[in-house]
Write a protein that binds this ligand. Sequence first.
Ligand SMILES: Nc1ncnc2c1ncn2[C@@H]1O[C@H](COP(=O)(O)OP(=O)(O)OP(=O)(O)O)[C@@H](O)[C@H]1O
Length: 364
Amino acid sequence: MASIKIENVQKAFGKVVAVDHLNLEIKDGEFFTFLGPSGCGKTTTLRMIAGFYYPTKGVVRFGDKDMTRVPPEKRNTGMVFQNYALFPHMTVFENVAFGLKVRKIASSEVKARVQDVLRKVRLEQYADRQVSQLSGGQQQRVALARALVIEPEILLLDEPLSNLDAKLRDEMRAEILRLQKEYKITTIYVTHDQAEALSMSDRIAVFNFGVCHQVGTPSEIYNKPANDFVASFIGEINLLPVKVNQVEDNLVTVSAGENKFVVHNTPFNFNREHENSELSLSVRPESVKILDEQADRPNVFKGKVEKVQFFGTIINMAVRVNDLLLEVNVLNHVSANLKPGADVWVELPADQIRVIPMLSGDVS
Ligand SMILES: Nc1ncnc2c1ncn2[C@@H]1O[C@H](COP(=O)(O)OP(=O)(O)OP(=O)(O)O)[C@@H](O)[C@H]1O
């Protein structure tokens, strides 16, 4: 196993800065995900860890060892590519054995290790098959076996499930996690799929335009997004541009048009100097409450239901509050009888609202 440190790394291709000012620390045995939209620098970062690219600036370490300019074959990393990059004319056994033969390992040991890893990925019956005769999921397992057979310290997975259908993807997610736990191997997983990132990872780094915006556990990233890009990239969210009106001890009043909201100050540490600054108020649709009657508390507003969509477990509504349109998700049994046109009271609980920096233009 190995920890990885990325210290102030930049990678430029001519004038294109693919990754900038990147600092990350990935712990021994961690399942760490790079998440972000297409072109945000995930693969470039992974390739700098694998050694396929060298950084323009900065340092990459495994443990305390400087690996910045060490070639890929001397790094002891195993990589699974998006398109698997298997040798189609070879059998499963030959594909998996390839890396060991290159390393000039004795054929008896090659045989034992390949058989062992094929058992672990549940492909022992397929050793003699041509890979071109395998299903997508089976090819994915061969790619995993080929990466794991060299007993790498670090496993690098670049969008490994993107070519599989939804059901197979679910199965392979579980399979990858099982193998990762069994091998206790430091793993970096690249994806643009937020559900995949949230459900699989110990921690996630969220990228956009070559910059890492936040590193955290899935629940930190979902519940405490660092800015409006992270908030909107992960899950559904209401984002309202607001102005800070007043900062008083632990309470902050912000306004969006004629609507005033009160939020707890503890997570933000606002002071009087923040008054008048422009930020983004974020609240998840499932955090907005529909009340049975008016309540004499802050953040309770009269609204009108404009749209109702039934999704089985949840009902999604669009509720107009003055000039704002709020997305609200309620559990099926809670408000099953609400119809478009209904008058309702909605509450945005103060402890569920976050006021975060607004990165205009960055939000996808
Ligand atoms: N070899 C290269 N030469 C020039 N530009 C490159 C090269 N590789 C990547 N880039 C650019 O660097 C940026 C980051 O690319 P990268 O492949 O790391 O993104 P990504 O997040 O992995 O995207 P995707 O999910 O589409 O694979 C993009 O603007 C891309 O066009």
